[in-house]
Design a protein around this ligand. Structure first.
Ligand SMILES: Cc1cc2nc3c(=O)[nH]c(=O)nc-3n(C[C@H](O)[C@H](O)[C@H](O)COP(=O)(O)OP(=O)(O)OC[C@H]3O[C@@H](n4cnc5c(N)ncnc54)[C@H](O)[C@@H]3O)c2cc1C
Length: 385
């Protein structure tokens, strides 16, 4: 494979994956080749994944990669998790985005902050794909400034741990399909916390499906909550949001996978197409684009693996995850743009996947904190103390 040789040597430098994880990643590559890549256009055209994808993802171990074995998970390292997200993104970036968020933000939330009763009720079924998950932070008036969340949580009298939620959530991935959503809501003037909310109840109402320029198969929605019943998972806002640090590594992995696939397609095309009696890859301007892309992909992958390795070592990854997400997402956008350029007119058509990868790449600069927020996080870390 072109992309394997592209980043050759990186695996040897960071030898954290054990034999079990290595076998899992081989299975993920096979799963992507047979169950994901052949259908990526169809899913985009249908703006939906087939319902069968969830149990298939569960069976493949992709919905609970880092969850403890006692709750049905695989207990894999962060390094294995990001590698799996990267492989999935080469097949379908929208699916990789869903899987990344479900693992890092939802399954992890239930595992870290849920009671045994909550884990018993939801976690095992979620890891099997029978309970579909989503994560609800963003609102019409609370995006980058997540502390502005207006959705209000009021304790239900006589029902310890249960609250009524009122408000609206916007841009929620898988929100129209999910059976269970982790909801961030306001419990006081200054306090926020998080809750588990089942969607099959009268208080949950879809406002609209949101159609995006990329990751189109992903079910992105806006919904409204009117006295929706939700089960408290006692945690502070900071604790709930801290899951985003590993989450950002998942988005960085998605970006690296997109960039690698686009590079692979551009390299192959440049070796086949001839103009002026020369292959495109024999022209220096094209070589420059290939060289820059290959180098940036390798740098992005190294930042990603550094972040994942720090996480696995129990170190703080606030800066490392922002480095990885910021650099990988901007790399994915540059590399997919160059891949279209190398394909010329065909790059702008659905003859090739490069135009889709270019559109899918945009999400990585926006979701889980836009690039400006990543720069803010990094500079705060640099200036603190
Ligand atoms: C496809 C998709 C899926 C998503 N999935 C989810 C999900 O599952 N769950 C969820 O909770 N959210 C989700 N989101 C929401 C996403 O996290 C937000 O869109 C993102 O955090 C930005 O918020 P915003 O769109 O409100 O933009 P705003 O916060 O309004 O920002 C707009 C722009 O202003 C600039 N900006 C904002 N703040 C600053 C600042 N402090 N300094 C400098 N510039 C700044 C940036 O350029 C930014 O892009 C998703 C979004 C998309 C598009």
């Amino acid at each position: 494979m072109v992309t394997e040789s592209l980043t050759q040597g990186i695996d040897d430098m960071i030898p954290l994956i054990n034999a079990d994880e290595s076998a899992f990643l081989d299975q993920v590559r096979a799963f992507v080749a047979s169950e994901v890549l052949p259908f990526t256009r169809d899913w985009e055209n249908a703006t939906a994944f087939p319902d069968e994808i969830w149990p298939k993802l569960g069976k493949a171990g992709l919905l609970a990669m880092t969850v403890a074995k006692e709750w049905g998970g695989r207990d894999y390292s962060c390094r294995a998790y990001v590698e799996a997200c990267r492989e999935l993104a080469k097949g379908d970036p929208a699916l990789a985005m869903n899987v990344a968020a479900i693992n890092a933000l939802v399954a992890a939330h239930i595992e870290h902050f849920g009671s045994d009763a909550q884990k018993e009720k939801y976690l095992r079924a979620a890891t099997e794909g029978h309970v579909k998950l989503a994560w609800g932070l963003t609102e019409p008036d609370a995006g980058s400034d997540a502390r502005r969340v207006q959705t209000h949580a009021t304790p239900i009298e006589g029902e310890a741990g249960w609250y009524h939620l009122n408000g609206e959530k916007m841009f929620i991935t898988n929100g129209g399909k999910a059976d269970l959503i982790v909801m961030v809501a306001r419990t006081g003037e200054k306090e926020l916390s998080a809750f588990l909310m089942e969607t099959n109840q009268p208080g949950f109402e879809l406002v609209q499906r949101i159609h995006t320029v990329g990751v189109k198969a992903s079910n992105t929605v806006h919904f409204k909550l009117t006295n929706a019943r939700a089960w408290h998972t006692p945690c502070t806002f900071e604790q709930a949001i801290s899951l985003l640090y590993r989450g950002r590594l998942g988005i960085a992995a998605m970006a690296v996978g997109i960039a690698e696939k686009a590079f692979e397609l551009a390299l192959e095309y440049s070796q086949q197409r001839e103009q002026f009696n020369r292959r495109l890859c024999d022209m220096q301007s094209v070589q420059n684009m290939l060289a820059d892309s290959a180098m940036e992909i390798e740098a992005a992958r190294l930042l990603l693996l550094k972040g994942a390795s720090l996480y696995d070592a129990g170190k703080d990854v606030v800066k490392a995850s922002s480095y990885a997400k910021l650099y990988a997402s901007e790399t994915a956008n540059r590399v997919t743009n160059r891949a279209i350029q190398i394909h010329g007119g065909r790059g702008m058509t659905d003859f090739s996947l490069v135009e889709k990868l270019w559109r899918d790449a945009k999400l990585t600069e926006i979701g889980e904190g836009c690039s400006e927020i990543q720069r803010l996080v990094i500079s705060k870390q640099l200036l603190k103390g």
